[in-house]
Design a protein around this ligand. Structure first.
Ligand code: ADP
Ligand code: MG
Length: 317
């Protein structure tokens, strides 16, 4: 199978590559062409996943395709952007038909769930890695950034944290667990659903937002720094799933929720009077702390006393 046949069979022919909202030209020319309605801005984000670093070298290609796009689309959710399109730069050590078939179908599955059209990419030979670039649109000056948090705002998350980090030993085959515990955690690792609708609902409501990829405390640090404020996180208010607690115990679950990455839940700051409106539509949204004057991130126990924890998330260098 040659390069062009591969692109045609697995990607250009996929349902998600047959145009979409704002797609004027897709796969097949030198560039894709995207049209933006007047009064909107383009939101762009790239993520690379490298075998052995971001996912196990031997893994289910359907799940990999799904996860790669979910991780990329989560950045659109974090900005409050409406999804439009994505490109896929794929480096493969071999063109294995069964692998490509399953990978493309996982990608298709997530593309349909996120309303993202595949509009281009690149295909090369080498150690397995994937680079996905996502494009979204957002009304001028309404994108959610990390920089607007204000003293007095509530600190909120879009749902339970730590499941993907808890699943990692299961993903790596270092641990086993009963199906009713393993299944929900593995699902959170392999197919985190980007919180696109929540992100869009937070436009004009949240003062700052991001998606948690490095770990809660590290990502809180990003908002604190960009907004020139301090964030207080109350440990006992951090939502955790029953499956995570069953697998990791109370302390292990808290540690996954605080420092494990890969949650892809939204973290945002919200003026208190807007909370009930958001929670009416998004019952999984939880307050986990508040914005105060100062700098840095402060973890508090149930008595309001500071707990000392390393606040570094995963860093490649
Ligand atoms: P060029 O040589 O102009 O860079 P290529 O020969 O690499 O173009 O690709 C041909 C067309 O196929 C382009 O439209 C490109 O965007 C698309 N393409 C290449 N690889 C992929 C892929 N893995 N997924 C989707 N589209 C791809
Ligand atoms: Mg070209």
């Amino acid at each position: 199978m040659g390069e062009f046949e591969l692109i045609q069979r697995y990607f250009a022919a996929a349902p998600c590559a047959q145009g979409g909202d704002g797609v004027v030209g897709g796969i097949g020319d030198d560039c894709a062409l995207l049209a933006l309605p007047p009064g909107e801005q383009l939101a762009v984000s790239t993520d690379t996943l490298v075998a052995g670093v971001h996912f196990p070298s031997v893994c289910d290609p359907f799940l990999l395709g799904q996860r790669a796009l979910a991780v990329a689309a989560s950045d659109l959710a974090a900005m409050g952007a409406m999804p439009m399109a994505f490109t896929l730069a794929l480096t493969l050590d071999q063109a294995d038909a069964a692998w490509l078939e399953a990978f493309a179908s996982g990608l298709q599955h997530m593309a349909a769930a996120c309303a993202l059209a595949l509009v281009g990419g690149d295909t090369t030979r080498g150690p397995l890695s994937l680079t996905l670039t996502v494009f979204g649109r957002v009304p001028v000056a309404q994108a959610l950034t990390r920089a607007g948090a204000r003293v007095g705002d509530l600190l909120c998350v879009g749902g339970a944290l730590g499941d993907a980090a808890g699943a990692l030993p299961l993903v790596l085959g270092q641990r086993e667990a009963a199906a009713e515990i393993a299944a929900p955690l593995l699902a959170r690792y392999w197919s985190p659903m980007p919180q696109l609708a929540l992100g869009q609902a937070l436009r004009g409501q949240a003062t700052a937002a991001l998606d948690i990829s490095d770990g809660l405390l590290a990502d809180c640090g990003h908002i604190a720094k960009a907004s020139h404020v301090a964030l207080q996180v109350e440990a006992q208010r951090i939502p955790q799933s029953a499956a995570l607690r069953a697998l990791a115990g109370q302390e292990g679950a808290l540690s996954c929720a605080l420092s494990g990455g890969d949650d892809y839940r939204l973290l945002f700051t919200l003026p208190p009077e807007r909370l009930s409106g958001i929670q009416a539509d998004w019952p999984d949204v939880r307050v986990i702390g508040q914005v105060v004057a100062g700098h840095g991130v402060h973890l508090l126990d149930a008595a309001g006393q500071a707990i000392d924890v390393p606040q570094r998330g995963y860093q490649h260098f």
